[in-house]
Design a protein around this ligand. Sequence first.
Ligand code: DX5
Ligand code: ZN
Length: 217
Amino acid sequence: MPKKHRLAPSILAGNHADLDSALSYAESAGASWVHIDIMDGHFVPNLTFGPQTVEDLRPRSKLHFDTHLMLANPYDYVEAFAQAGSDLISIHVEPDYPIAETLQHIRNLGCQCGLVVNPPTELEVMLPFLDQIDLALVMTVNPGFGGQSFMTDQLLKVQRLAEERASQGLNYLIEVDGGVGEDNWEACRDAGADIFVAGTSFYKSDNPASFLALVES
Ligand code: DX5
Ligand code: ZN
């Protein structure tokens, strides 16, 4: 059965002094997911939100909280984000920490788990974990900031992940994140992506509801 395509607005591009409104804006446009970027100033050169932010947003919204941890030591924080109300927690393959254990830990905490690969990282690093994940996230910019240009060459990773999913009979979703917008989401979909993170392109769109409807129709 074909998977449903979904747009996941990234509140990184919303007003950080009024995240409540950023969530409502996504919800009223018809979104069912929201992407929450957690940055630590070490793994990426920027800082954003912590578990308290997620916990305070949780009662305000029924959106699927897609939490993208850009942390040097993700294992130490997954419990806090699970308890705060994340539905899905994604961790990167690049830092030096026990990936399989952390994925299992996320599962044991009752959340879905995702694994993320940065543009300079070979996809091969991710392959041993495919049977343990609910979502494979391909970064289409170097993480840290919104509003960067989409890196088309990363779609090769999306294609390979879609091939592996089919040949291994697996069921993970494939998500793309960074520079995704109305001009390129179809190329991502055609490569095999299911979930499209959209920060700038969603929050600055003249008609975010029509963008969302187009993706999810
Ligand atoms: C980048 C973040 C993205 C960011 C995307 O480090 O992981 O989720 O919000 O923003 P746009 O869509 O503006 O590239
Ligand atoms: Zn992200």
